[in-house]
Write a protein that binds this ligand. Sequence first.
Ligand code: NAD
Length: 354
Amino acid sequence: MSTLWTEADWDAHEQVQVVHDHAASLTAIIALHSTHLGPGAGGTRFWHYSDPSGAMRDALRLSRGMSYKNAMAGLPMGGGKAVILLDKNRRRTPEMLAAFGDAVEALNGRYVTAADVGASEADMVAIRQRTAHVCGLPVDAGTVGGDPGPFTAMGIYHGIKAAVAHKLGKDHLKGVRVAVQGCGSVGGGVARLLAKDGARLIVADINEARAKALASEIDGKAVAADRIMGTPCDVFSPNALGAVLDDAGIAQLDCAIVAGGANNQLARPEHGDQLSGRGILYAPDYVINAGGIINVSLEYLARERAEPSDINGLRERIAQIPVRLTQIWSQSDASGKGAHTIADAMARKLIGRS
Ligand code: NAD
């Protein structure tokens, strides 16, 4: 018999709540993987699942991922994630958002939500009318919080510089070839920061016009989306979809480093071993892409716990991302274990699960 705890992604989650509100047509799952370090923080995914068991898999897997990400970012936050199961038309109503806000509020601060795939800032503002336990709300320019994308990009930029130093022995990016997959909020931000330092950018997006516009802005080159993974380069930076590092994807790679912001880049853990077997340095995704969650968590902590936070403190925390990555790579070099294995072990120790 299949039960929650025989699911492949079950990891002794502290709490998994299924929320049904018939009047509001809301079906949602809120998964709290660990509150060892603080309230479980992680976004709410708004998605249509043709098979609802996919929603449970996402909630279990993504909430564990948030425990690892928040721990490795040094945040006083645990890991949680919610999914709202939408109909085929992905319709949401004010009643649905209000009912979801009530469900978050009922957890009394054990779960702090934010936007994830399919959610907008406006959804978060609506949820906020029912609960204080929301972050990623609109803020004034120049202050902590709001859109996580630019801060995710900033962390990845620092992480790529550290990877280039570690693997290629270079203390600069001049002439370093970086292939960027995905030219959206994160990929576009990463490409612009790298270009300022003299890196040579090759960019791709399924939205070709977006890739071409970015290439001309940063004096880079745009290639077709299906060619980016096989493009000869120093760094391949995945900033679009998850699971691009599978058998076929890794076979195409012609790079020394993989470092980008997409979540869940490894199709399976053994693909991390394949990368290290090929001598490719891998920046574990949940370590390098934590800039955005650091930004919105500091917003939450400032508002709800009156903790001091300013943009310089945020930058200092983001600057710790390359420090953590370098620790991982050094341990990986010394032990012969892949960076993904080292990172998972470090994260589990931090959340008291070693
Ligand atoms: P986005 O929607 O702004 O941009 C994604 C871009 O990828 C789009 O331009 C899209 O057209 C393109 N794309 C989709 N499929 C592609 C493919 N097969 N090949 C090339 N391009 C493709 O999203 P984003 O906020 O930039 O997020 C990008 C990735 O980073 C996602 O995996 C997301 O989960 C992850 N991430 C984002 C943040 C954040 O702060 N926004 C934080 C952590 C992780």
